[in-house]
Design a protein around this ligand. Structure first.
Ligand code: NAD
Length: 261
């Protein structure tokens, strides 16, 4: 009995809905179809669920309720159930989700069934930290190549990998089958580095430099900006303070207690 389809079938029975299970002739086409329909924010949350579930699997946990998983991932359980419905995982009432099955569903949707070799370009403060971080390989992203323009860094091992000169980027990326390029150069060098990565056949770019990159349509770019994250935090703190002040003005204390004049 296939665990994933039986879980979905049981949900249909529970809800009194009779459906003919859709069996895709090509199972990978089904995964691609589902993946296209998932909102971007849900994709980010799926990655968080995967991290939590992988940690639980390592501790020997075999099933988990939506409330437990939602709590550990920091979302509410309605949102979690909605997110997991995008990938066709519904869980079983009273039992929850099979951790192993859910991990493999999410991995398939996120395209993690094969490894993605990573190249880091710009081996300064940030590049050193990324190259030395041991957490990427275990999650399917081995760091395979490092590049810098500084000739003094060429050949110097960082995190066990010798730095290559940026001029060798095409040959090294092809040889090591790099599929993700991480840009950790100063902003003024980032576009040229991006162009070189794209010419070398890299179609996924993670950009840490504070600059908007121009890329062809077939290239995916994600920008990481910790300052923006902090600005968002600051916005939420300010809004909460404004709301609390407004409540006091309107005669309601922060804990919902009515304040009498
Ligand atoms: N996104 C974030 O939250 C975040 C946080 C910290 C830093 N940054 C950004 O990351 C980048 C790196 O910061 P850092 O502190 O590590 O800088 P850094 O000056 O320590 O290192 C930059 C490295 O890039 C190399 N470099 C310069 N031009 C290059 C080129 N054309 N090709 C290859 N390598 C080249 C330099 O030789 C140097 O080793 C900056 O753009 C910075 O603004 C972003």
């Amino acid at each position: 009995m296939s665990r994933s389809t039986s879980v979905a079938d049981r949900r249909d029975e529970r809800d009194g809905v009779v459906t003919t299970p859709k069996i895709a002739a090509d199972p990978t086409a089904d995964v691609r179809e589902r993946a296209r329909a998932i909102p971007e924010a849900a994709v980010a949350r799926l990655a968080v669920y995967l991290r939590v579930l992988s940690g639980m699997a390592e501790q020997g946990v075999t099933t988990i309720s939506s409330e437990e998983l939602a709590g550990a991932a920091g979302v509410n359980s309605a949102k979690l159930r909605k997110d997991l419905s995008y990938i066709g995982s519904y869980g079983t009432r009273g039992v929850g989700y099979d951790v192993e099955v859910l991990v493999s569903h999410i991995e398939r949707i996120l395209g993690l069934t094969r490894k993605h070799s990573v190249a880091v370009v710009g081996i300064g403060n940030l590049g050193h930290a990324l190259a030395n971080y041991g957490g990427f390989p275990s999650r399917g992203f081995p760091v395979a190549a490092l590049f810098d323009i500084d000739p003094d860094l060429t050949g110097v091992p960082v995190g066990g990998i010798p730095v290559n000169h940026i001029d060798d980027i095409t040959a090294v990326c092809a040889e090591r089958e790099v599929s993700i390029g991480v840009i950790a150069t100063p902003p003024q060098a980032a576009q040229a580095v991006c162009d070189r990565l794209v010419s070398a056949g890299v179609q996924c770019i993670l950009n840490f430099a504070p600059v908007v990159l121009q890329v062809p349509d077939y290239v995916e770019v994600r920008k990481v900006d910790l300052a923006v994250e902090m600005q968002i935090l600051s916005f939420h703190v300010a809004r909460r303070a404004d709301e609390a002040a407004g409540d006091v003005v309107n005669g309601v204390g922060v804990d919902g207690v009515v304040i009498r004049p």
